[in-house]
Design a protein around this ligand. Structure first.
Ligand code: GLN
Length: 486
């Protein structure tokens, strides 16, 4: 029998409504699993057991005589430690923010609280969301629940591993260049990055503001839809938030994938450098969708090869300026030693507070933006970004969505790439272009190679999360990953 903590949110929501289970029982099951697995997986930075039990009891009272309750009522959700939580430490995986307790909630957190969900803790992550393997955390790496000698993927590795291990049911993550999709793929779960502007970034600690987006991780497309239905929507506190109506995404799944839906396969994504074992799994996944009536079309994204360079120039430039605020005065650890001057004090705080990768990015970003290099690097990168975006626009005149791998390789052993930043950056080759173009993308589990999970990426038109989720849901149903009807 499946333990409560291994069930989908969709199923638990039904069980709660039918009074077959209480939120307390579900939440206890999650914490029991944490006791069993957390010491090896290391998915959490902060666990909020007492608070969670209170929220679970409150949810049970509401469910007793409730009407108009959100489907998330009583469902455990973990929050990536990049999102501000009122009264609860928010570290962003960094020593520099250790002990920082925000006086406010991020909008996405506020919304899940209002929905009656149960917050079980703050998840581990690469420091300031910079990384692809979750080895850049000041709180130790996250280990892949499928095999703890392997990385969980980053930077939302804690969120993905927690869902995969049954240490939560759902989780919030953030994605600047793949940070939801990559760990979702490596941990064998479902993770979606919505369109830029779909979810408020208010209270999301900024990494690269023009690329950052909050999103959802769960055990199925349907579970992600439940979470997105709560967090999507306009927020006047984020000036880049889109004032567009959000369709009921969960309800939209009932329609299923459109007959004759055109799915594009970008030729530039299936080339040398892609592990043939990963390619085989992704192609098997495509065949499943073809079998379900999708029309598979070859397409071209001719500027795809510029995406990684453009991304790492833009992301580091934005990070360099966003991270200037951690100076030991406004934010960050203040040195106790007397400093002879202000600069010395800043240096002291920043050299001790930041890890190596964050320092590398700040240096790169500062260089990219410096006089004399700005045109050659930063402006060029913005031009490349436009080309990448236009490629997608053109391709979407022909197709309704696209399918690609999430990662060119399988999850790798811990330590394998930490000393080779360029190798690590290349892991993001299939994910960063969506952030450059602001598009929605989702990773779904498409099988195992040597017991290690492989993910398939579904890319949609701007603000068309609906199609992305429908394709994901159809695929999961066809492959027997979701046993529940919705
Ligand atoms: N791996 C990418 C980076 O390190 C993406 C990270 C993210 O999406 N936050 O920048």
């Amino acid at each position: 029998m499946t333990a409560l903590c291994d069930k989908t949110a969709t199923e638990l929501c039904g069980m709660l409504r039918r009074k077959e289970v209480t939120s307390r029982e579900i939440t206890e099951s999650v914490f029991k699993r944490m006791e069993e697995r957390e010491s090896e997986v290391n998915a959490f930075i902060t666990v909020t057991r007492d608070l969670a039990m209170e929220q679970a009891d409150q949810a049970d009272r509401n469910l007793q005589h409730g009407k108009d309750l959100s489907p998330l009522t009583g469902i455990p959700v973990a929050v990536k430690d990049v999102l501000c939580t009122r009264g609860l430490q928010t570290t962003c995986g960094s020593n520099i923010l250790k002990g920082y307790t925000p006086p406010y909630d991020a909008t996405s957190v506020e919304r899940i609280k209002a929905s009656g969900a149960v917050i079980v803790g703050k998840t581990n992550m690469d420091e300031f969301a910079m990384g692809s393997s979750n080895e850049n955390s000041a709180f130790g790496p996250v280990r892949n629940p499928a095999n703890t000698d392997y990385v969980a993927g980053g930077s939302s590795g804690g969120s993905a591993a927690a869902v995969a291990a049954g240490e939560t049911i759902l989780a919030l993550g953030s994605d600047t260049g793949g940070s939801i999709r990559l760990p979702a793929a490596y941990c064998g779960i479902t993770g979606i990055k919505p369109t830029y502007g779909r979810v408020s970034r208010y209270g999301l600690v900024a990494y690269a503001s023009s690329l950052d987006q909050v999103g959802a991780l769960g055990r199925s497309a349907a579970d992600c839809a439940l979470l997105l239905d709560v967090i999507c929507g306009y927020d006047r506190r984020d000036s880049t938030s889109a004032s567009m109506a959000v369709p009921g995404l969960f309800d939209a799944l009932k329609k299923g994938m459109k007959k004759g839906l055109k799915i594009g396969l970008p030729q530039e994504y299936f080339v040398e450098g892609l592990d043939p074992r990963v390619e085989e799994k992704v192609r098997e996944g495509i065949a499943v969708l073809k079998d379900r009536g999708a029309d598979i079309v070859d397409i071209s994204l001719p500027h795809a090869r510029y995406a990684i360079s453009a991304y790492y120039l833009i992301a580091t430039a934005e990070a360099g300026s966003n991270l200037a605020r951690y100076d030991g005065v406004k934010y960050g650890v203040r040195s106790d030693e007397a400093s002879p001057d202000l600069i010395h004090m800043y240096e002291h705080a920043r050299s001790r507070g930041f890890g190596d990768e964050v320092k590398r990015r700040i240096m790169l970003g500062t260089y990219v933006l410096s006089a004399g290099y700005y045109d050659a690097y930063y402006l060029k990168a913005q031009e490349a970004r436009n080309l990448v975006r236009r490629d997608f626009e053109r391709a979407f005149e022909q197709v309704d969505c696209m399918i690609t791998p999430v990662s060119p390789c399988l999850p790798f052993p811990l330590g394998e790439k930490v000393d080779d930043p360029l190798q690590m950056y290349l892991v993001d080759i299939y994910t960063v272009s969506l952030n450059l173009a602001g598009l929605p993308g989702m990773s779904v589990d498409c099988g195992r190679v040597n017991d290690l999970p492989v993910g398939l990426q579904i890319i949609g038109r701007p603000f068309d999360e609906e199609t992305v989720l429908q394709v994901g849901h159809t695929y999961e149903n066809a492959t027997g990953q979701t046993d529940h009807a919705i």
